[in-house]
Design a binder for this molecule. Structure first.
Ligand code: PLP
Length: 832
């Protein structure tokens, strides 16, 4: 039946026509089922279906939607124009995936990003396969006690009621993936397949009869349990994930992935499993297999705080991997860090991935600093971690009315498929009146939703029907609406706005120009500090004097988030800079014409342009955290009072706040195209996936001969590096007072005992010198071999003198091979 087929492809979650069709099955049921088409289809009456089967208009609509999906799944898209260099398939591992509220397998930004990555890959035709776990209780459902304390409910999800299908053998039996555990135990899992447009997402589920009770519980919850529990989850994700992938590719005839992308450190064991595979299938040594695996691996870090990094006791790893098939003497160094008792999953991610990135320009910089110990001898700027700024999936997060108006069209063609970002100039054809009225409509829709949720929450916290009448008139569709919704770790500072409660109250209750605030967010169940912040917020918002203007809504999820992004005029974000790796909620608001009011952190540091919102000045330099909060909170109140509020309420003769609407228009036109997940995925493909596939192919050539050679070469270089010496450098040509425009001839004598000149690159590095003799704004040029005498080699280069001020130079030697993605890769450098 085509309806069942439509339900099983999650494209419905971002395709309005398909959702409309499900709604038309039974509008009341659609509402009571919370927009979950699997439930609707399970509950709709046979009589109703029989009536619809005879309804010619419904049947035509159904076949149109089915045809549209078919076309979407088969037509060539952007990726199909790339040619043979592009990888045949790509595996994408993540501990969480947020695709729709119907499949609650996410806790926050990381998971939503992974979901958006799959959706955008599907839109672009990128042959991605997602790998994750199916958590039987998801993350948790959030409620509130009468006194404002977070309550956690763990719903039991039955996969048979979810839009997922069991991966089966041709004989109909379920595919079972197994991972060895200590003491002769084995962890088994089934594989559920969710279809996200063109992309398959495989989710491993340990709650099956083949397992003993402890192992059955491995996939119980996302981010729950102790270290042992988390390690078992990560082993299932990484090792089981690769095994599930092999089974899936074989059963479906899908080409084996050439690129493996680890979204955060949790899935690091996928690389270990692939090393084990190669040592067994091709007789490679650990070092040789490592070269082959690294070449095709991409690692993305999302954590700008050392405390946020996933680490295990080393002894635990030794216990779990004792009999795995990769010797501990090789495995343990992959996760080595300062503390010899720890095994660091991010460090393993960086050592297993030849290419690595952070998730915004600023976060790239922070990551290069944070992980610079892995590349000793290099400046932070030379640490081989780049950045690709996150994006969000526009069809999922944009109000359809805005899309229908043309806010995401460009005169230069489909912006999703273009190489360079253009502007959404279609928005210029929309009048200010139209834009403003649609913004009001979206705000009104949010107000309705807030009222509904306020009432429901009040009842759940023990209020009687007689006491909740006030919710009918809470919030106002014509009042400036500010949103703040995100997880509640302390660095996001949920309660910063409460710093001066009287001042906030005055803003909320201003007689002429009030503001209203919608707040939401979950605290990790083990984080009582976060729960206290929520309680503080709830208590403030419970006050009858302000409760019609400020609300904390429990149960933040994709379903609630959409109303917030659509309807908020201002999206507030006040993290402690630079602890927000990227932040994506503000991007979703921007796609709907919301203006950001944010600390310049993450993406906002990069794309705040003076017209798409306001930057809250950060007090980075203030060491005392309390003082810093004070300064930044005051800046928020001041910006609101002096700029945000007046601009919103200053209307022209037609009642339109034209300066506000121009900011909305500017945001839609200029910020919109930058924040697209399709832009992000194109960046990943071009800058990481295609080069990684190239490297992986080279390494695998001729039975992995290049991987063997590379491994031997690296061993030799490491062994002999200590003996390299820049013996002497001389400069001629500039005289005592160098003049701009002249050149300097450098000649260096370098001792390379046991290595050939081709094993290294000798560079002249020059730039500005500071008082401490440090080099800045460094430019490097390769030096050429002039002649050799035994192990002594002379290299030369000509360096232009192109700036005034103190000029300095040095000579440095780095390993060189055609297989390097970055000269700093081996972490080896010797300077004069
Ligand atoms: C976008 C989103 C997030 C992430 O928001 P940040 O700004 O990155 O904190 C979390 N939860 C939901 C439901 C979202 O839609």
């Amino acid at each position: 039946m085509p309806l069942a087929q439509l339900v099983m492809n999650l494209r419905w979650s971002w395709h309005p026509d398909t959702r409309d069709l499900f709604e038309a099955l039974d509008p009341d049921l659609w509402r009571t089922c919370g927009g979950d088409p699997v439930k609707v289809l399970g509950e709709v009456s046979a009589a109703r279906l029989a009536t619809l089967a005879k309804d010619r208009r419904f049947v035509r609509r159904l076949s149109d939607v089915v045809e549209d999906l078919d076309e979407y799944l088969t037509a060539p898209h952007w990726y199909q124009s790339l040619g043979a260099e592009a990888p045949a398939s790509i595996a994408y591992f993540s501990a969480e995936f947020g695709i729709t509220e119907v499949l609650p397998q996410y806790s926050g930004g990381l998971g939503i990003l992974a979901g958006d990555h799959l959706k955008a890959a599907s839109d672009l035709g990128v042959p991605l396969i997602g790998l994750g776990l199916l958590y039987r209780a998801g993350y948790f459902e959030q409620g509130l006690s009468a006194d404002g304390w977070q309550l956690e409910h763990y719903p039991a999800l039955d996969p048979h009621g979810l839009p997922v299908k069991l991966l089966r053998q041709p004989d109909g039996s379920a595919v079972v993936v197994s991972v060895p555990l200590p003491e002769g135990r084995t962890l088994h899992a089934h594989v559920w397949r969710a279809q996200v447009g063109r992309v398959s997402l495989l989710l491993l589920d340990s709650d099956i009869e083949e397992n003993a009770p402890t192992e059955r519980g491995v996939t119980d919850r996302l981010y729950g349990g102790d270290e042992d529990h988390r390690l078992r989850q990560e082993m299932l994700l990484g090792i089981g994930g690769v095994r599930a992938l092999r089974a899936y590719c074989q059963l479906t005839g899908t080409p084996a992935p050439e690129v493996f992308h680890a979204n955060e450190g949790h899935a690091g064991f996928q690389g270990v499993e692939r090393i084990r595979e190669l040592t067994e299938s091709h007789g490679l040594s650990f070092g040789e297999a490592l070269q082959a695996v690294r070449a095709g691996t991409v690692f993305t870090t999302h954590t700008p705080v050392p405390a946020g990094i996933d680490r295990f006791p080393r002894a635990l790893i030794e216990r779990y991997f004792a009999g795995f098939g990769v010797p501990l003497e090789h495995l343990i160094p992959l996760g080595a860090e300062d503390d010899p008792a720890k095994f660091n999953m991010a460090h393993m991610g960086l050592r297993l991935g030849q290419r690595a990135n952070g998730v915004s320009r600023l976060h790239g910089e922070v990551s290069r600093g944070m992980f610079s110990d892995l590349w000793p001898g290099f400046d932070e700027a030379d640490v081989p971690i780049g950045s690709i700024t996150n994006g969000v999936h526009a069809p999922t997060w944009t109000a359809r009315e805005l899309v229908d108006l043309g806010t995401q069209s460009s005169s230069l063609g489909d912006p999703n498929e273009r190489e360079e970002t253009t502007s959404f100039d279609g928005v210029d054809r929309i009048s200010a009146g139209e834009l403003w009225s649609i913004r009001r409509m979206l705000r009104g829709r949010l107000v309705e939703e807030v009222r509904r949720r306020l009432r429901e929450t009040a009842l759940s916290r023990g209020a009687t029907e007689a006491e909740v009448g006030w919710t009918d008139a809470a919030f106002d569709p014509d009042v400036l609406t500010i949103g703040f919704a995100r997880r509640v770790p302390s660095y996001k500072r949920l309660t910063l706005m409460l710093r001066d409660p009287e001042r906030l109250k005055a803003l909320l209750l201003d007689a002429d120009r009030p503001v209203q605030l919608v707040i939401a967010g979950k605290s990790h169940p083990a984080d009582d500090g976060g729960k206290q912040l929520i309680q503080q917020m709830v208590k403030f918002a419970d006050d009858p004097a302000v409760r019609h203007r400020i609300a904390f809504l429990p149960g933040y999820d994709i379903g609630m988030a959409r109303y917030l992004y659509w309807g908020c005029d201002v999206w507030l974000n006040n993290p402690l800079r630079p602890l927000e790796a990227c932040g994506t909620s503000g991007m979703k608001a921007a796609l709907n014409g919301g203006l950001n009011l944010s600390i310049r952190d993450g993406w906002w540091d990069e794309w705040f342009d003076g017209q798409n919102g306001w930057a809250i000045p950060t007090a980075d330099g203030v060491a005392d955290p309390d003082r810093r909060d004070e300064v930044e909170a005051r800046a928020i109140y001041e910006l609101l009072g002096s700029q945000v509020i007046p601009r919103f309420y200053e209307t022209d003769r037609d009642g339109i706040p034209s300066r506000w609407v121009e900011m909305v228009r500017h945001t839609l036109r200029e910020t919109g195209p930058k924040v697209l997940a399709t832009r992000m995925v194109r960046d990943y493909v071009q800058r990481l996936y295609v080069p990684a596939a190239g490297s992986a192919r080279v390494m695998a050539d001729g039975g992995y001969a290049p991987a063997r050679e590379e491994s031997a070469w690296r061993a030799r270089v490491h062994e002999r590096w200590g003996a390299i010496r820049v013996a002497h450098v001389e400069a001629t040509g500039a005289g005592d007072t160098p003049e701009i425009g002249t050149t300097l001839a450098l000649r260096a004598e370098v001792e390379l005992p046991g290595l050939a000149p081709a094993d290294v690159q000798v560079q002249a590095a020059y730039g500005r010198v500071d008082d401490a003799d440090g080099l800045h704004d460094v430019t490097t040029v390769p030096m050429t071999l002039e002649h050799a005498d035994g192990s002594r080699h002379w290299f030369t280069a000509t360096v232009p003198l192109e700036r005034t001020g103190a000029f300095g130079y040095t000579v440095r030697v780095l390993p060189d091979s055609a297989h390097l993605a970055d000269p700093a890769e081996l972490g080896l450098v010797t300077s004069a």
